[in-house]
Design a protein around this ligand. Structure first.
Ligand SMILES: Cc1ncc(COP(=O)(O)O)c(C=O)c1O
Length: 413
């Protein structure tokens, strides 16, 4: 019998990442049967119609034009100052809340999740999010001895389930007195749902009423990893202005990711942004995150930060970047429209979609359905509550075709 060398808390079952596993199978099928005969909707990265990763020229021309030292050098531990200023500008656009705001660099939006969970919950705490959620929340929570609990994301009317959220929220905060809730919006992964401005009003009303008990500590992580591909112009950022003048025991952390918005997936660039009506609270946030950043990843990617800063500081570079991003936003919108329209015509039920990279299909036997779909050369990700179709990585033509095949397979069960 082999002995266990890993410390007790570090013994996790050996399992492959299910998304990367199925993506690998899709690649094999593309080699065997030809790309045109395979629908690979697995990875959450924007691909062109030939399935090649989109890397914005407006970003990589700047990156590759940097002096080698600017790419090779260490970044400042909290992030390069001009990058942090740029993040606040690009993230809030004209909807910057009236509040104290401090940003700190993280390796991607994942770092903002890690900071929030580690620094704003205690060991053994429950963290609240919706039942459709990005599984790394659980991985990060479990690693630190916390757990994820959920509420059903949708009410009967297909809108945000405020009642479900409220009852779980009250239940947990009455027990813990401190609650971190993660709201992944706009363009939620995996459903593509975006919490509306009116829904935000109701959420904030609830938070404020709970905050009347001064003992309570309410922390909301707004995971906005896909915000650059949501809505028209900056309309999906309007809710940020609602985080103005909140009671001091409500603290908002926004997760910024350069992975999708600047196509910097592998460069690991992002930020956590703290928003509070009190300066001491954002300063405390900064110190806490600075410490855990040092303890986990030391610092981020200097060249990636400098690239974002340069683009934001130069009108010509910025306009070129916006033009390129808007072009792909349109491409994505057309693909999603094609998928939703086809699904509606044939009566394939979808989870309400608003924006972004993914559309989900509720399904009772997602793993069996996904297996059968693979036989038809369609690769979708099976999740606990359904199938995730990544419109970001599939051409409009294939997005139009896929719902029919998916429905045929689901009807066999
Ligand atoms: C819901 C959600 N949050 C955060 C992220 C963070 O990604 P990254 O660390 O690459 O910026 C992702 C990426 O897939 C995501 O899907």
């Amino acid at each position: 019998m082999s002995i266990k060398m890993a410390a007790e808390h570090a013994r996790w079952p050996a399992k492959d990442d299910p998304i990367f596993t199925i993506a690998g199978k899709a690649k094999e099928a593309e080699t065997l049967y030809g790309k045109e005969n395979v629908i690979n909707s697995t990875l959450g990265a924007l691909m062109d119609d030939e399935g090649v990763l989109v890397a914005f020229e407006s970003v990589y021309d700047v990156f590759k034009g940097l002096p080698n030292q600017e790419i090779a050098g260490y970044a400042a531990i909290p992030g390069m100052p001009d990058f942090l200023d740029a993040v606040v500008d690009v993230f809030f656009a004209e909807y910057k809340p009236e509040a104290y705001i401090r940003a700190i660099a993280t390796p991607g939006g994942t770092g903002a999740v890690k900071h929030s969970i580690w620094n704003y919950t205690n060991v053994g705490d429950e963290i609240l999010t919706s039942d459709w959620f990005w599984t790394p929340y659980q991985t990060i929570a479990e690693e630190g001895g916390r757990s994820i609990v959920t509420y059903p994301l949708f009410g009967g009317d297909g809108k945000f389930n405020l009642e479900g959220f409220k009852s779980r929220f009250k239940e947990i905060i009455n027990k813990q007195k401190r609650l971190l809730t993660i709201i992944n919006t706009p363009a939620h992964n995996p459903t593509g749902y975006s919490v509306s401005d009116e829904e935000w009003d109701s959420i904030i009303e609830l938070l404020k009423s709970e905050a009347e008990d001064q003992e309570k500590r309410i922390i909301v992580l707004v995971d906005a990893a896909y915000i650059d591909f949501a809505g028209k112009g900056d309309e999906r950022r309007a809710f940020f202005a609602k985080f103005s003048n909140l009671p001091p025991n409500i603290f908002i952390i926004a997760g910024f990711s350069a992975s999708k918005g600047f196509t910097m997936y592998g460069l690991r660039n992002g930020a956590a942004i703290g928003i509070s009506s009190e300066k001491e609270i954002v300063d405390e946030f900064f110190s806490a995150c600075l410490h855990s950043g040092r303890a986990n990843w030391s610092n981020g990617t200097r060249g990636a930060m400098t690239t974002v800063a340069k683009i934001m500081q130069n009108k010509v570079l910025y306009e070129r970047y916006v033009e390129e991003k808007d072009y792909y936003k349109q491409v994505l919108r057309k693909r999603a429209d094609a998928f939703v329209e086809s699904a509606n015509v044939i009566g394939l039920e979808l989870v309400p979609y608003r924006d972004g990279f993914f559309i989900s299909i509720p399904c009772k036997n997602p793993f069996e359905v996904s297996k059968l779909l693979i036989e038809k050369h369609i690769f979708v990700v099976p999740l606990a509550k359904g199938l995730r179709f990544a419109v970001c990585s599939v051409s409009e033509e294939k997005c139009k075709k896929a719902p029919q095949i998916i429905k045929e397979v689901m009807d066999q069960f």
